[in-house]
Write a protein of this length. Structure first.
Length: 134
């Protein structure tokens, strides 16, 4: 009996997949200096996965993009880092929760993923499908 254990991909594997698919740009979404500055001025620590993935390069994902870190005007206490159509994604700015939240205008933020790496893996898988819903 051969049993295949399916493990979640390490984020390095996801980056390699994006490169293979031609959806990777070596120009980083953020520089380490930008992230250091943000952490210092906002008194928060960004996760290692966030730093590693977003200083490695940029990713071409349909209707999705990482934008400069910014505090949410609609949802105080959250830092926004990405947008996909009308959905914005962010962290709690007080560092009490590593989860990634989906933030929609006029709605309460809801925690979608336990951490950035899980969220990034999900986004990469969702957007890799050829019938990506618009």
């Amino acid at each position: 009996d051969d049993v295949t254990v399916v493990r979640p991909m390490a984020f390095e594997d996801i980056i390699e997949q994006m490169k293979t698919a031609g959806r990777f740009d070596p120009k980083p979404a953020y520089s380490s200096e930008d992230l250091d500055g943000w952490e210092k001025s906002h008194g928060m620590k960004l996760s290692d996965a966030f730093r590693s993935i977003l200083t490695a390069g940029s990713y071409e994902i349909a209707n999705f993009y990482f934008h400069p870190l910014k505090e949410s005007a609609d949802h105080p206490g959250f830092v926004l880092f990405a947008k996909w159509n009308d959905d914005e994604f962010g962290f709690k700015s007080d560092g009490t929760d590593p989860g990634v939240y989906t933030l929609l205008k006029g709605e309460e933020p809801f925690k979608k993923h336990k951490d950035f790496e899980t969220w990034f893996r999900n986004i990469a898988e969702l957007t890799a499908r050829t019938n990506n819903p618009e």
